[in-house]
Design a protein around this ligand. Structure first.
Ligand code: GLY
Ligand code: MN
Ligand code: MN
Length: 439
């Protein structure tokens, strides 16, 4: 946790943004995996954690936006709880640690029933939805003003947050280095995944999202780990650590198992690496991230033209979305307490604004962040090239973008898999800094 002052300052700023009404920020409870006593690993709500710091279940923060007065609500452990779970600080002690008053959940219920104007964020768990209906009655809606204020505050990371993210990325780099050193023909993807997860846990935290460890890197979110690695497989690993303070790393590396890459693998790798490097060089405050996405797409199209897979005018190919056959996702996203930071608040409210709106084009519409970058944003940069047989066959049958795609040449790459490279980058006054030690 950070200092008491950090949390009181954050809440003060939030109250000033809203000006009036009662801000309601519930923390998460435990979630049953298959029965109440066997739970998923506890994950705190990131908005609660940002303003209240604590990582215990069943706490609720309220802030009176007019006065700035904050109250942490929770019920102290019963004697039975202490027998099973040990001593825990009281709600009053937890509240004092963050410069807030304290109250019980019963008092919270009464407070909310009598409050006139309650601001809350969009619930993403059924349980939260049910609590909000119990507290406020049916038919209320999340507060756009609160969403906007939280996005404004959480988008720009402070020096102490960036230091935590450095730690997350350093552990993530160790995970990738160990995987590269260890992955050999005959091992399963699961063995590599286990090694990676162990390093995240040994670092004092855990994985920041389920790891992707796959010889089928063209399946973008592939969490199957059942394959055995063969010499020369391209192994794509997208894995990051979360620190004990809750901040995430998100890195992707791709390498050939058991030997150097073939010339063909290396050529495609170099195109992706070039896109990542040149995008990072172009990052600066004020540039729309959407522009950087388009830059990465142009570099990929130029590279694919060089090896005969694409043709025609590069700008036109990107404008019409032809590159998305090979690069069907966005360049990256904001990262912080969440891997896709604040995605629970609504992708468009976090990543877009009145000036830059989401493209409807296949591929480009998956870009989570389009708006202009600001100093203190932490973002991922993760271009990739993939050969997805079903997509290739469908586009060829539909004669899509034949002006730009040489389908006959693409056939030779059907079993190539995919390559993605991902770094986490902080936007600085003069440009960008890649977090962690670069390979
Ligand atoms: N690891 C998920 C992502 O890269 O967005
Ligand atoms: Mn990733
Ligand atoms: Mn990412």
């Amino acid at each position: 946790m950070f200092s008491t002052q950090t949390y009181t300052d954050r809440r003060q700023r939030l109250a000033q943004f809203l000006g009036s009404g009662l801000i309601l920020l519930p923390g998460n409870g435990e979630a049953a995996m298959n029965y109440r006593g066997n739970t998923y690993p506890f994950k705190q709500d990131s908005n609660f954690r940002y303003f209240a710091g604590h990582n215990q279940p069943d706490l609720v923060l309220t802030i009176d936006a007019a006065t700035g007065e904050s109250r942490l609500h929770g019920d102290d452990l019963t004697l039975d709880d202490v027998v099973w779970m040990g001593e825990h600080p009281s709600t009053a002690e937890l509240a004092e640690r963050i410069g807030a008053c304290s109250g019980t959940l019963e008092e919270l219920s009464r407070l909310l029933k009598s409050a006139k104007n309650v601001h809350y964020l969009p619930p993403y768990r059924a349980e939260r939805h049910r609590h909000i209906e119990e507290w406020l009655g049916e038919g209320t809606t999340p507060s756009k003003a609160l969403i906007r204020a939280v996005v404004e505050l959480r988008s720009v990371k402070s020096a102490e947050e960036i230091a935590e993210m450095e730690k997350a990325v350093r552990t993530s780099l160790s995970m990738h280095a160990a995987a590269r050193k260890t992955a050999t023909p005959g091992m399963t993807e699961a063995e590599v995944a286990g090694l990676i997860e162990g390093i995240a846990i040994a670092g004092g935290g855990r994985l920041s999202y389920p790891a992707i460890v796959t010889r089928n890197g063209h399946i973008l979110h592939n969490h199957y780990h059942g394959n055995t690695l063969e010499e020369g497989d391209l192994l794509l690993i997208d894995a990051g650590a979360e620190t004990s303070s809750g901040y995430a790393g998100d890195l992707t590396r791709t390498f050939a198992v058991g030997r150097d890459m073939t010339e063909r693998q290396q050529t495609v790798y170099d195109i992706v690496d070039d896109a990542k490097r040149r995008v990072i060089e172009a990052i600066r405050p004020g540039i729309p991230y959407r522009e950087l996405h388009d830059l990465s797409a142009r570099i990929i199209v130029d590279g694919l033209k060089d090896i005969g897979l694409m043709r025609g005018d590069t700008d036109e190919a990107v404008a019409t979305g032809a590159h998305a056959l090979f690069y069907p996702h966005g360049l990256g996203h904001l990262i912080g307490l969440d891997v896709h930071d604040m995605e629970d608040l609504g992708e468009d409210l976090v990543g877009y604004d009145d000036e830059i709106t989401r493209s409807p084009l296949f591929g480009t519409r998956n870009l989570r962040l389009g708006r202009r970058l600001r100093e203190g944003f932490v973002i991922t940069v993760e271009p990739g090239i993939y050969f997805i047989p079903t997509l290739i066959d469908r586009w060829r049958a539909d004669k899509r973008h034949t002006e730009f795609i040489n389908f006959a040449a693409v056939d030779a790459y059907r079993n190539f898999g995919g390559i993605r490279l991902e770094d986490d980058v902080v936007v600085t006054g003069g440009g960008a800094r890649v977090l962690g030690n670069r390979e």
